[in-house]
Design a protein around this ligand. Structure first.
Ligand code: OGA
Ligand code: NM2
Ligand code: ZN
Ligand code: ZN
Length: 386
């Protein structure tokens, strides 16, 4: 139901709207002027503001505000410029704490669900996701909420991840190529391209903006070893904060150097500083940046801070590896594991090499911006909601 407006009035440098249900909203005049939807101020074909900030007076107040029916307000500004705002549009943009929380949820979607060794690994058929919007929506929702989804029944040959990328929009190109082959390689340019054990890591913290999502498609699996391990990095970060505030403080504040030098898609010499646990303004973990293999031997901290840093990292790593937190499984040919590379740390057990390739995964990255964009579009279509 569209909300109706009962009354509107100017109140200092606010416009006060009284809704038919008795509630009220206050809109700052400067924001209303800035948000004018008229063709001089707004390019509707782009959904973008044309008005320049240099033409905005931050001290502006309305000359006149009137109710135009129950679903629209009209404003005349001191220079006679006229703006109109729909009730529904205004209601969504109400500045109350509750309305802003609702908008955040609508734009950024589901709450996290934390997990440990009790993870019920969500599974969905690959072809269903390729052809059914509702399934694709459910896949991406779960990927956001839980952080990991296993897709099953893909062909055991290269190329499926390119198709999956097209389903979302596009994949993220990196120095390791549009997609990359995880297998034992001579003169490996990355520890992943050996038969060795990989301890818990996120991929590519050496990039300023590490890939948000990762896809690993099993094409061939070895009989012995090669099992996968995953752990919920956000859950474990919370545990670390509670157990050892000091270690948490170090890992959320120390800028750690990463390095990656070599040749693959093209020649590269990448360097970056990252905090192992990135937190938002509320102190909530939002991205884990940890790969022990590419962590640089250059460590840009005072000598006295070095041992405490290692102790903190060790404490985090121990928590990641505790039986209570990690989940182990083994990929089968045709499986594609999709996971949040900012949240879920992954590892693999070592395996034997033979004369021929005994294990082969094709990997690819995506960006959260692309995934979330697809998720919003699908939600509109699936739930028929805007
Ligand atoms: C990687 C990786 C996991 C595996 O390539 O970065 O983590 O199971 N691979 O080989
Ligand atoms: N690979 C698997 O941080 C990293 O080096 C992750 C990237 C080689 C594309 C590994
Ligand atoms: Zn205008
Ligand atoms: Zn990896």
């Amino acid at each position: 139901m569209n909300p109706g407006i009962h009354k509107v009035e100017a109140l200092g440098d606010f416009v006060r709207v009284e809704w038919e249900d008795g509630s009220e909203s206050r809109y700052p005049c400067v924001w209303l002027r800035d948000s004018c939807r008229c063709p001089r101020c707004f390019l509707s074909s782009a959904g973008a503001r044309k008005l320049l900030l240099e033409d905005l007076d931050v001290d502006i107040v309305v000359k006149e505000v009137t109710l135009a029916g129950r679903e629209k307000i009209s404003i005349i500004w001191p220079d006679e410029h006229a703006s109109e705002f729909e009730a529904e549009w205004l209601k969504k943009r109400c500045f109350s704490e509750a309305a802003r929380a609702e908008m955040r949820e609508e734009l950024f979607l589901p709450e996290r669900e934390y997990w440990g060794s009790d993870l019920q690994l969500p599974k969905m058929p690959f072809e269903e996701i390729m052809h059914n919007d509702e399934s694709t929506y459910k896949w991406l929702c779960t990927l956001k909420k839980v952080g990991i989804v296993l897709l099953t029944g893909a062909a055991a040959q290269q190329g499926e991840l390119v198709r999956l990328g097209q389903r979302i929009g596009f994949l993220r190109l990196t120095f390791y190529g549009p997609t990359w082959q995880v297998q034992d390689k001579a003169d490996a340019n990355n520890v992943a391209y050996t038969t060795g054990r990989l301890c818990f890591h996120t991929d590519y913290p050496v990039l300023q903006h590490p890939p948000g999502v990762q896809f690993l498609h099993c094409i061939k699996q070895t009989a012995e070893g090669g099992e996968s391990e995953v752990v919920d990095g956000f859950y474990v970060s919370n545990k670390l904060k509670a157990q050892s505030p000091q270690a948490y403080q170090i890992l959320t504040s120390t800028a750690v150097d990463y390095t990656d030098v070599g040749v693959d898609y093209c020649e590269f010499a990448v360097q970056c500083k990252q905090r192992i646990i990135d937190v938002d303004s509320r102190g909530q973990a939002v991205r884990i940046n940890y790969n022990n293999a590419t962590r640089d031997s250059v460590l840009d901290v005072p000598a006295d801070s070095v041992r405490p840093f290692y102790a903190a990292l060790k404490e985090f790593d121990d928590l990641l590896n505790s039986a209570e937190h990690k989940f182990t499984y083994k990929l089968k040919p045709g499986d594609i594991v999709t996971f949040d590379n900012w949240r879920v740390l992954h590892g693999r057990r070592r395996f034997q090499s033979g004369s021929e390739v005994s294990r082969h995964l094709e990997g690819a990255y995506g960006d959260w911006d692309v995934v979330m964009s697809r998720l919003r579009l699908l939600r509109k279509r699936v739930l028929n909601k805007d």
